[in-house]
Write a protein that binds this ligand. Structure first.
Ligand SMILES: [Zn+2]
Length: 90
């Protein structure tokens, strides 16, 4: 499954400005997707931006794998080239 390129997702400012690859993908309890850099505090202290997911999947096609995320779960990876590891939100 592949998300439509225009599908809106939230990203942190670092991902938005291409300062960091996406290393964390979250599907929250409302079903919204959010993508973050490697700073684990980023989502608490930064303002999210809404973009089309095509901007992300162009840079990292493995983000298409995250369409399998259920509500209330997440995926993360150590480096841009690592495998996604999945978990549940608390
Ligand atoms: Zn960030």
């Amino acid at each position: 499954m592949k998300l439509n390129d225009n599908f809106g997702v939230y990203v942190c400012p670092h991902v938005f400005k291409n300062e960091s690859p996406v290393l964390v993908g979250i599907r929250d309890h409302d079903g919204d997707w959010q993508f973050f850099c490697d700073d684990e505090n980023c989502h608490e202290k930064s303002e999210p931006h809404l973009i089309g997911v095509g901007h992300l999947t162009q840079a990292d096609p493995t983000i298409n794998e995250l369409t399998c995320l259920k509500h209330g779960s997440f995926a993360q990876k150590i480096h841009a080239n690592s495998e996604w590891e999945y978990g549940e939100l608390e």
